[in-house]
Design a protein around this ligand. Structure first.
Ligand code: WT7
Length: 659
C-alpha cells in the first residue's frame, strides 16, 4: 500500500475496546469455543451448519475443491431454497408468525405471516411456470422495496429459475446490458415508485431499456403508484402483464422441487475494474448454509423473539443475503421499508424501530454519518430501548461514527458488529461475534469460525502483526461465488491470478493487522470506488463520460468524502470543437453519466482540463489526480511527461468548479 489518508491513520491508533456484557455473552448463539471447533475440522463444522437446513437428499461430500477455483459444496445434496425459507416454518407450526412488517413510504403498511408468504410465493411460482419459465431460465427483476420483490425472488428459487435483480436506481442502459448479458426471458418491475414523497415512473424506463431486447418474452408489472403517477403506464400488448392479473388468481398449491446443491440460485451484477459489470453467480446449498449461519451468529438472531431490520435494498447483495435468504431461512420477523430515511421526516427510522420494537438493526456507515449530521436530538426523541445488536456494512466505519452509533442509537450498551464481505463472498466473512469479541471501533477484527482470511504482501507472504498488505481468503467457503456469468477467464483473472501460486482469493481490499492480529480494512486497492457503500468502477464512469460527444478523454478518481466515504471526481478533456467547459457543460456531463449508469454514479465534481497527467508511456497518473481531488500536496511528479500539467490542474480545481 503506498497511499494512506489521514482518516486511516486515525483508525490505526484507536485503542478503545468494548467487550460484551456478561448478560449478552451468556445468552449468545455463538460462544468463544466455536473458533476452535471450526478449526479442528472445518468440513465437519460446515456440515453441522448445513444441517440447520432441510435437505431432500443429504450430501455425500462436504467440499469438492479438486477443480479449483470452481468449488462444489455439499456434493450430491438436494434441497429447495424457497421451501427452506418459507414452507418449513409453516410446517413447524409458525404459519401465524409475521415474516415481514412492510412499511410503505407514504405510510401504508402490510404484515405478512409465513402462511401468507407461502401462498404468495406459491402463486408467483405457478404464474412464472404458466409463462413457460423453467429451471435454469433467467428472470430479471427491477423493483423497489415492495413485498412482491421478495415474492418474486423466492418464486424463482422455488422453480429453479435464476433471478437477476437490478437496482431500481440503475438507468435503462444499465438494465439493458444486464438483461442482454444474462439473456433474461422475463422482466418484473412496477408501474412507478414513491421516492421522497413523490411518485416516479419505473415501467417507462424499463420500456426504454427493452426496446428491441430479443430474449425478453414477458414483462410483469406490479401496480404500486397507480393513479398517483401522472399519465398512463406505457403498455405493450401481448408482452406486458399486470402482476395482480397474472398472480392473484393462481393456485396457492405448489410443490417445491428439490434441486442440486450446486444448482444456480441467482446472478447479481457488480462493478469490476473494467467498464463491463460482472454477473456474479451464486448457487444453492452452500450459499443458504452460510447466509443462515452468519445471520444466526453475527446478529445473534432468536427466531420468534427478535425483530430484525436490514436497511439495504434488494438490488444489492446485502438485500439478497440479509433480507431474503439468511433471515428467512432462520424464521425471522423483519421490517422491510420502502422509502428514504428522511421521508417524511428525519426520524423515520427511529419511529419505525419504536413502533415495531426492532431489536437488531443493520445499516451502512454512510447512513450513520448522515444521521450524525442530522443531529443526535432526532433519535433521542424515540424509544430505541428494544435494540440489542447493531450492524454495519459496506465500507470501513470510522471510529467516530462507530462510537456515535453505539452511544446514540445503542444507549452505549449494544454490541456493534462491523461486517466485512462482498458480493462475491455471498455472506459475511470477517466480523466480531457480538457475545464473544471485545469490539474495537473501526475494525472488522477476525474471520468468523469456519472462515479463513489473511493479510499478505506482494509475494503472498503473510505480514506480521502491525503490518499492512492485501486481504486474501486462503480457504474456500460455502457461499463463495461460483463464477462470473459466461466468463470463466475473467473469474480466474480477477480473483485467482494475483496469488495463483498460493491458491488465494484476492479480494481487492487493502488491510492491516494490529498488534493483536485483528484485521482493519483500508479500502480498495484497485480502480473500484466505494460511494455510499456502492461499488462503482472508475473505468465505467470514464466510459460513460467519453461516450458524450463533447468529451475527448476522461480520468476518474474516488476522493475521500466525509459522508459518502468516497466521492467521484472526474477530470475531462473536451474535444477541440466543443465550447469551453462552463457550468452548463459540466452539469450536462453529470446528467449524462446518470443517464448512462444511474444517479449513484453522478460525479460529485467534474473538472475540465487541458491535459491529464501521464507518464512517458502514456499511463494516466491517478495518484496525482487523487492528491488534487483531496486537496493534498501533490506527490512525486518526476515520472510525469510534462511536469507543468499538475500546476494547471490544481489551480483550476481550487478556483471552484465544485458542485
Ligand atoms: C466491498 C464490497 C458486502 C455488502 C456491501 C458491499 C467494502 C464492505 C466493509 C467493511 C470495510 C467494507 C470492501 C469490499 N466493504 N464491507 N465492513 N469494512 N470495507 O458489497 O458492493 O460487493 O462491495 O465493500 O471494499 O471489497 P460490494
Amino acid at each position: 500500500m503506498t497511499e494512506q489518508s489521514p482518516a486511516l491513520d486515525n483508525l490505526l491508533t484507536e485503542s478503545r475496546t468494548f467487550p460484551p456484557s456478561d448478560e449478552f455473552a451468556g445468552q449468545a448463539n455463538a460462544k468463544a469455543d466455536m473458533y476452535a471447533t471450526a478449526d479442528a475440522d472445518r468440513e465437519q463444522f460446515w456440515a453441522g451448519q448445513a444441517e440447520r437446513l432441510s435437505w431432500d437428499t443429504k450430501w455425500s461430500q462436504v467440499l469438492d475443491w479438486t477443480n479449483a477455483p470452481f468449488a462444489k459444496w455439499f456434493v450430491g445434496g438436494k434441497l429447495n431454497v424457497a421451501y427452506n425459507c418459507v414452507d418449513r416454518h409453516v410446517e413447524s407450526g409458525h404459519g401465524d408468525q409475521v415474516a415481514i412488517h412492510w412499511v410503505g413510504e407514504p405510510g401504508d403498511t402490510r404484515d405478512i405471516t409465513y402462511a401468507q408468504l407461502k401462498d404468495e410465493v406459491s402463486k408467483a411460482a405457478n404464474a412464472l411456470s404458466s409463462l413457460g419459465v423453467v429451471a435454469g431460465d433467467v428472470v430479471a427483476i427491477q423493483l423497489q422495496m415492495v413485498p412482491e420483490a421478495i415474492f418474486a425472488m423466492l418464486a424463482c428459487a422455488r422453480i429453479g429459475a435464476l433471478h437477476s435483480v437490478v437496482f431500481g436506481g440503475f438507468s435503462p442502459t444499465a438494465l439493458r446490458a444486464r438483461v442482454d448479458d444474462a439473456a433474461a426471458k422475463i422482466v418484473i418491475t412496477s408501474d412507478g415508485q414513491y421516492r421522497r414523497g413523490k411518485a416516479a415512473p419505473m415501467k417507462a424506463n424499463v420500456d426504454e431499456a427493452l426496446q428491441g431486447a430479443e430474449t425478453v418474452q414477458k414483462v410483469i408489472v406490479v401496480r404500486r403508484t397507480g393513479s398517483d403517477l401522472e399519465g398512463e403506464t406505457p403498455w405493450t400488448e401481448g408482452r406486458d402483464l399486470w402482476w395482480h392479473e397474472l398472480v392473484d388468481g393462481q393456485s396457492t398449491e405448489h410443490k417445491p422441487e428439490a434441486f442440486d446443491s450446486e444448482h444456480p440460485l441467482f446472478i447479481l451484477y457488480t462493478s469490476g475494474t473494467t467498464g463491463k459489470p460482472k454477473g456474479i453467480l451464486h448457487t444453492s446449498g452452500g450459499y443458504l448454509t452460510q447466509t443462515a449461519y452468519t445471520h444466526n451468529v453475527v446478529f445473534d438472531h432468536k427466531p420468534g423473539e427478535d425483530v430484525y431490520w436490514c436497511t439495504a435494498d434488494i438490488g444489492w447483495i446485502t438485500g439478497h443475503s440479509y433480507i431474503v435468504y439468511g433471515p428467512l431461512a432462520n424464521r425471522v420477523t423483519q421490517v422491510v421499508y420502502e422509502g428514504t430515511p428522511n421521508t417524511p421526516h428525519e426520524g423515520r427510522h427511529w419511529e419505525i424501530i419504536q413502533k415495531y420494537k426492532v431489536s437488531i438493526y443493520y445499516t451502512a456507515p454512510t447512513l450513520i454519518r448522515t444521521f450524525m449530521k442530522w443531529g443526535e436530538d432526532i433519535p433521542a426523541k424515540y424509544d430505541l430501548s428494544s435494540l440489542r445488536v447493531l450492524g454495519s456494512v459496506g465500507e470501513p466505519i470510522n471510529p467516530e461514527a462507530w462510537i456515535w452509533y453505539r452511544d446514540k442509537i445503542g444507549a452505549n450498551k449494544t454490541p456493534v458488529v462491523d461486517t466485512w464481505w462482498q458480493t462475491e463472498t455471498g455472506a459475511i466473512m470477517i466480523s466480531p461475534l457480538p457475545g464473544v469479541t471485545a469490539a474495537k471501533p473501526g475494525s472488522a477484527q477476525r474471520a468468523l469460525p469456519g472462515i479463513s482470511a489473511k493479510v499478505v504482501d506482494d509475494t503472498g507472504t503473510e505480514v506480521p502483526h502491525g503490518g499492512g498488505g492485501y486481504l486474501v481468503l486462503d480457504k474456500p467457503w460455502p457461499s463463495m461465488l461460483r463464477g462470473v456469468w459466461g466468463d470463466d477467464e475473467r473469474f480466474r483473472d480477477t480473483y485467482w491470478s494475483r496469488f495463483s501460486e498460493q491458491g488465494y482469493y484476492f479480494a481487492g481490499d487493502g488491510a492491516k493487522y494490529d498488534e493483536d492480529g485483528d484485521i482493519w480494512l483500508l479500502g480498495r486497492v484497485d480502480d473500484v470506488m466505494n460511494v455510499s457503500g456502492h461499488r462503482i468502477s472508475t473505468t465505467e464512469v470514464e466510459s460513460a463520460l467519453v461516450s458524450h460527444p463533447t468529451v475527448a478523454e476522461a480520468a476518474v478518481v474516488g476522493a475521500t468524502d466525509p459522508t459518502t466515504g468516497q466521492g467521484i471526481v472526474a477530470f475531462v478533456i473536451l474535444r477541440g470543437n466543443a465550447v469551453d467547459g462552463g457550468d452548463d457543460a459540466v452539469q450536462e456531463l453529470r446528467n449524462h453519466v446518470a443517464k448512462e449508469i444511474g444517479p449513484i454514479a453522478k460525479p460529485r465534481q467534474i473538472m475540465v482540463v487541458a491535459e491529464l497527467p501521464k507518464t512517458r508511456s502514456g499511463k494516466i497518473m491517478r495518484r496525482l489526480l487523487r492528491d488534487v481531488a483531496e486537496n493534498r500536496q501533490i506527490g512525486d511528479v518526476t515520472t510525469l511527461a510534462d511536469s507543468s500539467v499538475m500546476d494547471l490542474i490544481s489551480s483550476g480545481l481550487n478556483s471552484g468548479k465544485e458542485e
